[in-house]
Design a protein around this ligand. Structure first.
Ligand SMILES: Cc1cc2nc3c(=O)[nH]c(=O)nc-3n(C[C@H](O)[C@H](O)[C@H](O)COP(=O)(O)OP(=O)(O)OC[C@H]3O[C@@H](n4cnc5c(N)ncnc54)[C@H](O)[C@@H]3O)c2cc1C
Length: 408
C-alpha cells in the first residue's frame, strides 16, 4: 500500500518536468501534481550556468522558474525505484507514491573522462548551479598556481565555447583543447565553426584542435598544474573545465526494465508514451522518441526541446495525446560577443551541402545544412528570420531544385 497517491508524478526537476507542470495547469488539468527533483534547488534555468550565472551577473534566485502554486515540489529527493506495472515510485525519503501518470525526465549527466590525474583539485565539470559556483570560486579566487591565470577548457562544442568566453571575461587566459579541427564544427560545420573560433581568438582564446585529452598533471599540493594533450604537449593550467558531452540519465528507467534505444534514451512513441507502459511518459535529454521529422528515433539535448517535450506529455496526460512535432530549436551565447540560433533534425545522418546566406565577413549570416537537397538544419547569426524559412522547409521535407536557396 503506497503512502500517498498523486494524479501526476514528475520525476526530475528540470526543463521537461517544469514545462509539463505549467502546461497541465494551463490546460485546466485539475488533478494533483507532484514534482520530485534530487537537486538542492527547485526547477531552474540551466543554460545560464555557463553564461550569466557563472559570471555572477545573475543571482541564484533569478534562475528559478515559476511554477503554479498548486504544484507540489520536493527538492533534494530522488526517485529511487519505479514499478511501472503497479504505478508506484519509491522516494529517497522512503515514501511510496502511487500515480496515474508519471513523466520520466531525469535529464543527463556529464560525460566524465577517466584519464591520469582526473582526481586533482581544480578540475571541474558543469551541469548544475553548484558546479557553476565551484568554477566561479576557482576562477575568481586566483586558482592558477604558477600558471599566471591560465585555464583549459576541454571540448570545443557550444558548452566549451560558452565556457571559454565566460572564463575570459572573468580574467582567465583560456585554451580550448578539442578533438575537432575547428570549434563548433560538429554542430555548425567547418566554415561557420572557423568563424566562431576566429571571434573567440580575437578575444584572446587559444585553440588546440585535432587532439585528445591525454591526462592532467599535478603540482606537489595535488592541484592541477598542466593539461597534457595526445600530441604530448603540456598546457599550463591552474584550473580546467571538461565539457565533453552528456550521457542520458537512464539509471532509474533501466532498473525499471524500460527499453533503452540506440541513442541511449528511453524508448518512446511519437507522443512520448514510454514503449509498452500505460501511464508512463518521458521527455527531455533522456527521451528517445519516434520523430517523423527526423525520419526515425531521435534524442536531442536542447533546453527548448525538453520544454516542448514537457508540453507534449502534458497534452497526453490531459487526454489529448498527439505526436511531438516541433522542429528542435537551440541557441548559444558566447558571452555578449555573439549569439547563435539553430534549428535542425540532422541526427547521425549529418549533411552533405551547406548554403550560406548573408556574409560571414560581416558577421551576419545563416548556414543552411542540406542532405540529399533536403534542408535538415540551419544556423543563424543575426539573421533569425531565416530560421522560420528553415523550419518550413524542414517540415515540408521535400527535395529542393538545384538552384533553390541561393546565397544572398
Ligand atoms: C551548462 C549548460 C548550459 C546549457 N546551455 C544551453 C543553451 O544555451 N541552449 C540550449 O538549448 N540548451 C542548453 N543546455 C542544455 C539544456 O539545459 C538541457 O537540454 C535541458 O536542461 C534538459 O532538460 P531535462 O528536463 O531533460 O533535464 P535536466 O535539466 O538535466 O533535469 C533533470 C533533473 O532530474 C534530476 N534527476 C535525475 N534523476 C533523478 C531521480 N531519480 N529522482 C529525482 N530527480 C532526478 C536531475 O538531478 C536534474 O535536476 C545547457 C546545459 C548545460 C549543462
Amino acid at each position: 500500500m503506497a503512502d500517498r497517491h498523486v494524479d501526476v508524478l514528475l520525476v526530475g526537476g528540470g526543463a521537461a518536468s517544469h514545462a509539463c507542470a505549467v502546461a497541465l495547469r494551463e490546460r485546466g488539468f485539475p488533478g494533483s501534481v507532484l514534482l520530485v527533483g534530487r537537486e538542492l534547488d527547485p526547477p531552474y534555468d540551466r543554460p545560464p550556468c555557463s553564461k550569466e550565472y557563472l559570471r555572477g551577473e545573475r543571482s541564484r534566485d533569478a534562475t528559478y522558474l515559476a511554477l503554479p502554486d498548486d504544484v507540489e515540489v520536493l527538492t533534494r529527493t530522488s526517485v529511487l525505484r519505479l514499478d511501472p506495472a503497479a504505478r508506484v515510485a519509491r522516494l529517497s525519503s522512503k515514501a511510496e507514491v502511487s500515480f496515474e501518470h508519471a513523466l520520466l525526465a531525469t535529464g543527463a549527466n556529464v560525460r566524465r573522462l577517466a584519464v591520469d590525474g582526473a582526481q586533482l583539485d581544480g578540475i571541474h565539470y558543469l551541469r548544475a548551479l553548484g558546479n557553476a559556483d565551484a568554477i566561479r570560486e576557482d576562477a575568481l579566487g586566483g586558482a592558477s598556481g604558477g600558471t599566471g591565470g591560465a585555464a583549459v577548457v576541454v571540448g570545443g562544442s557550444y558548452l566549451g565555447t560558452e565556457l571559454a568566453a565566460s572564463l575570459t571575461l572573468m580574467g582567465k587566459r583560456v585554451t580550448v583543447l578539442m578533438q575537432e579541427d575547428v570549434a563548433l564544427q560538429r554542430a555548425y560545420g567547418r566554415q561557420a565553426g572557423a568563424w566562431f573560433q576566429a571571434l573567440l581568438e580575437d578575444h584572446g582564446v587559444r585553440f588546440v584542435g585535432g587532439c585528445d585529452l591525454a591526462g592532467f598533471v599535478g603540482d606537489a599540493e595535488g592541484r592541477l598544474a598542466a593539461v597534457r594533450t595526445s600530441r604530448g604537449e603540456e598546457l599550463p593550467a591552474g584550473m580546467a573545465v571538461v565539457a565533453a558531452g552528456a550521457v542520458p540519465d537512464v539509471m532509474l528507467a533501466k532498473a525499471a526494465g524500460l527499453d533503452i534505444g540506440a541513442t541511449g534514451g528511453v524508448r518512446c512513441d511519437a507522443a512520448l508514451r514510454v514503449a509498452g507502459v500505460e501511464g508512463l511518459w518521458a521527455g527531455g535529454d533522456m527521451c528517445e522518441w519516434d520523430s517523423a521529422l527526423h525520419g526515425g528515433p531521435a534524442r536531442v539535448e536542447h533546453w527548448e526541446v525538453a520544454s516542448a517535450h514537457g508540453r507534449t506529455a502534458a497534452a497526453g496526460i490531459a487526454g489529448a495525446p498527439a505526436p511531438h512535432a516541433e522542429v528542435p530549436y537551440f541557441w548559444s551565447d558566447v558571452a555578449d560577443w555573439v549569439s547563435s540560433e539553430y534549428v535542425g533534425v540532422v541526427g547521425a545522418g549529418g549533411w552533405d551541402e551547406e548554403v550560406v546566406r548573408g556574409s560571414l565577413d560581416e558577421g551576419v549570416f545563416s548556414v543552411f545544412q542540406l542532405r540529399g537537397r533536403r534542408v535538415v538544419g540551419a544556423l543563424s547569426v543575426r539573421r533569425g528570420a531565416d530560421l522560420d524559412e528553415a523550419r518550413r522547409l524542414i517540415v515540408a521535407g521535400g527535395q529542393l531544385p538545384p538552384d533553390a536557396l541561393p546565397g544572398t
